[in-house]
Unconditional design. Sequence first.
Length: 202
Amino acid sequence: MNKTLILVVEDDTPVHNLITTTLKTHDYKYISAKNGAGAIMEASTHNPDIVLLDLGLPDIDGVEVIEKIRSWSNMPIIVISARSEDSDKIEALDAGADDYLTKPFSVEELLDLKDRMERERPTPWEELPDLALYMDQIIAYMPRQLIRFGEGESLTSAMVNNYIKDGLVPRADGKRYGPVHLGYLTAVCALKKVLSVRDTGV
């Protein structure tokens, strides 16, 4: 059984069954929700690796679900929707979706996109390399964690030092930084994507 846990948010029963049957056939674990409130609850409770999200939900719009999840998590979100207008895609992506798949879609399209989202997740804490890195090396390593900064932005030594000063990241062991520091920096950078500078204070 594949370790990846996928949250399927889809109220259309035939589409839901197609997706879940495909996942089951390929040995993926999944959980389901058929409305926005259930999606937010399942996402917060189970912390899935990927969310497959329909926009046309019966209680709240899928874009609102994206915004609520993005307020506390960087988990990959793939929109699966019949809405094909560019404005709908832009709205979902601006809200924080990672990609957009228009219905009807093929099983191959779904699996290819899911596989790409898996490859683009940061390395889990327990799998971070046991290295002792200097400041310039840890800054060079961080892009491998696939934290997407805004245009023109990047992690700097001044930012790292401020995080240490503010108690967000442990102090270096001498002048070396190890997997614990990588883990904390990944978490801080991910949080900065979903919180404003005013909220974080950094």
